[in-house]
Design a protein around this ligand. Sequence first.
Ligand code: GLC
Length: 574
Amino acid sequence: MAQLHVDVNLKGNTKNGDNVRTADDIEECDFSKLLDKPRPLNIDRQRSCDERSLNELSIGLSPHLSCRNSDAFSRIIDHIDYVHSPIAGRKSGFNTPRSHVNVFEPHPTVAEAWDALRRSLVYFRGQPVGTIAALDNSEEELNYDQVFVRDFVPSALAFLMNGEPEIVKNFILKTLRLQSWEKKIDRFQLGEGVMPASFKVLHDPVRNYETLIADFGESAIGRVAPVDSGFWWIILLRAYTRSTGDSSLAEMPECQKGMRLILSLCLSEGFDTFPTLLCADGCCMIDRRMGVYGHPIEIQALFFMALRCALLLLKQDNEGKEFIERISKRLHALSYHIRSYFWLDLKQLNDIYRYKTEEYSHTAVNKFNVIPDSLPEWVFDFMPLRGGYFIGNVSPARMDFRWFCLGNCIAILSSLATPEQSTAIMDLIESRWEELVGEMPLKVCYPAIESHEWRIVTGCDPKNTRWSYHNGGSWPVLLWLLTAACIKTGRPQIARNAIELAETRLLKDNWPEYYDGKVGRYIGKQARKFQTWSVAGYLVAKMMLEDPSHLGMVALEEDKQMKPLMKRSNSWTF
Ligand code: GLC
């Protein structure tokens, strides 16, 4: 991996402030020069993260950075990450998380979080292979005693950021083995590439032997296969590669094949007229019926990010080449479709409000025949003057206007959102703070559905009543996604505010899985305590703010080739 001399663009931010840079200075830096001259890394990375914390990087950056400047900021982050030193020299000892070795006194919650995270480790034949979903002995276990693929992602990132990549490697290899299992639900065989939602270690005391069992949807409530697992797996493989500088794992024939199998599933041709991926309700983090089916943003954003990561990881060999071509085409179409049709801001909302219907042929403006009467009342109040977001779903005659946190944050991180759209999403989060963050970050979706709509959409689900769980509940795990998005857009103060809120309660409340209520004031009705991803999400958010160079693990720069395709609507260019 090429390495650059990072002192040049960061040393100006000295601690005593004698040479403090403003956002304008940052904009003026000639980054291309830095890129041209790869030089060996000569900063002590430990020092770089302890002494040049984001506090300093962001001196002079107002929380309302203009798009130009936020772009510049994210370029800086990308460049710092470019010099990410390989793992050697980063390890801080299994029990001494790097964030503990800080010149600033760490928040007491951090040490407790590390303890809780380590307690959640799951071992298979002596090796750590994942983290348990929740360590709550007071509640019925259900499947919370398993290692969930999606839940492990923030744990994995925390370990990678702390210089402990082994567990992540083990996890990647173990889940890869599970992928090759034959998967059947009743008599129906699932696609080869499906990754499990979760797995568990079974101990046979008689034979003193451990085996794994996995759930591909055949035990899950609703019997839905997790579409997100495979995408998270690819995203994690890239995070591992980026963080360690070790590409040998991704280059293993087994990993290359695992990726190709996942890709075959989601790139296969069929009856689709949209480049988005058609899926069933409950196939992602929101894993119960919640009207998140068809083409939900929660999956589309992950799909986009996984495709971009796969493009970086796939080898250009005979088998890989074919996929690389198919991915490139799909990415092109996907970004055009989502940036154009999923985007909602004041202008777009007004356009839909005035839509003509029943248009036929290529000249149609209202292509999906959305009936303006289907616009919900709340969206007119929710939409700020400045700002916008990707709506939940676009299907024929159906737009789901709900805001979904994960989809919008992943859209920012993967650069599915243009820089202007990313800024607009952050503007919306700021202006709708009360609704989306309130007293506990962060709403999984907004608003809740109630009454008749709740009956129809959820099938009267008592777990997903209004403002609870997946139906407008607040999930601390989402803090890491918000923080990453904040750093990428140059708005770290937003993340700081959210983390501060979380710190007032998370530890005291024993790391609940989710909070209920309009502002997230109450510990969730059936929330598990010691929910691992609440713990890990907090730690990742903290570590990323402390050392923004970690962002490179989970973020991708804009792909310039996709730019000319975004012309259709100018409604997001201010
Ligand atoms: C719940 C959540 C799901 C999570 C699982 C384990 O089912 O809806 O997203 O993966 O718990 O924590």
